[in-house]
Design a protein around this ligand. Structure first.
Ligand code: UDP
Ligand code: MG
Length: 340
């Protein structure tokens, strides 16, 4: 951390959030000004196509701590979050959704807890999701149960992407070779001392959700395959089961042959063909999931492109540094860090 670095950075990914912007600015600013410490707000405009960019420009005139990082195109919530985290300079970095479902007031509690107990990570845990739809609650419940089994009990249930990270935790994330880690799984896995702050999840202040079911499903598949080879093992077990069933069928066929019933054997043949076909297809699909991950990892394409950063210290607006892609020679943010 350099000398002028703020004590706190607040990263807010936003995609087409023109409706909530004034409300967000008002509530967030009240909280952060109240801390009486230097801070920055890193608004990551995830390629919005509405008036979000203009709104942010307008806000910046009256709010010097607001920094706007614009991504060249819509890259998704996780990528926008990572873009913001990687460029934040604060000693502590809080990530929060723009739609005011996570109350900004909780940030003060997170910071106080982190300092009082010397924690590197403080999760915002949703105490009550009654404002979410029954469907969202159901799918989220299943997701977190599964993730706790796969990654371990250190994954807090019902903790989304509202959390505080210390500088050390952010640097640990930066040093990961993964470009698009699923943050809510990778962060607990880093193993830093952590705590929880509970809050009530409010309703979206304006606009509508940008997380349709297809995106939720994509996040779930990515979460599983990024943390576990268990599905591959399922394929193995299914294959073994298939072999066992086939062995039984072979015995049945031999018995049928001995009894002279071979002509009416077509159901068993059909069964075997169908069953094996199904097992093979399933295993191929599972392999495909991992091959796809290897493919994207090998391509190593940046998860996002910075179109601009309102921070004057950022001399390279086209920088595309991502986790694991430390480019100390041309990323001023990294340079500032290495001068510690
Ligand atoms: N978001 C984003 N890029 C996207 C989709 C969403 O930056 O492609 C932001 C969005 O503006 C919000 C946060 O991610 O600040 C969470 O999205 P949303 O509130 O729509 O998700 P939900 O709360 O419904 O799960
Ligand atoms: Mg939301």
């Amino acid at each position: 951390m350099g000398q002028q670095d703020p004590a706190l950075s607040v990263v807010v990914p936003m995609f087409n959030e023109e409706g909530v912007l004034p409300l967000l600015a008002e509530r967030l600013r009240a909280v952060l000004d109240g801390l009486a410490e230097p801070y920055e707000v890193v608004a990551v405009d995830d390629g919005s196509t509405d008036a979000t960019a203009a709104g942010l420009r307008g806000l910046r005139e009256r709010w010097p701590q607001l920094r706007v990082v614009r991504l060249r195109r819509n890259s998704g919530h996780q990528a926008a979050l990572i873009a913001g985290l990687m460029r934040a300079r604060g000693g502590y970095v809080v990530s929060i959704d723009a739609d005011l479902q996570d109350p900004p007031e909780t940030i003060a509690d997170m910071l106080a807890l982190a300092r009082a107990e010397k924690l590197d990570i403080v999760y915002g845990v949703r105490g009550d999701r009654s404002s979410d739809t029954a469907f969202k609650r159901l799918t989220a419940g299943a997701y977190y149960r599964l993730m706790r089994r796969l990654v371990g009990k250190q994954v807090p249930a019902q903790a989304g992407d509202f959390r505080l990270l210390s500088r050390a935790a952010v640097e640990a994330l930066r040093d990961l070779p993964e470009r698009t880690p699923v943050l809510r799984l990778v962060v607990p896995w880093l193993g830093f001392p952590s705590g929880e702050v509970h809050f009530l999840r409010a309703e979206r202040a304006a606009g509508r959700t940008k997380y349709p079911f297809s995106r939720m499903l994509a996040l779930a598949v990515e979460s599983v395959t990024s943390f576990s080879a268990a599905p591959l093992r399922v394929a193995t077990w299914l294959g073994l089961l298939g072999v066992a069933v086939c062995a039984l069928l072979v015995i049945a066929v031999i018995v049928a042959y001995a009894l002279g019933h071979t002509v009416i054997g077509w159901p068993s043949i059909l069964l075997a063909v169908l069953f094996l076909g199904a097992v093979q297809l399933l295993c191929l699909g599972l392999l495909g999931e991992y091959v796809a991950r290897i493919y994207t990892a090998v391509q190593a394409r940046p998860a996002y492109f910075i179109a601009s950063d309102s921070d004057p210290a950022e001399t390279d607006p086209g920088d595309t540094a991502a986790p694991g892609q430390r480019r100390a020679d041309d990323d001023p943010a990294v340079l500032a860090d290495s001068r510690r």
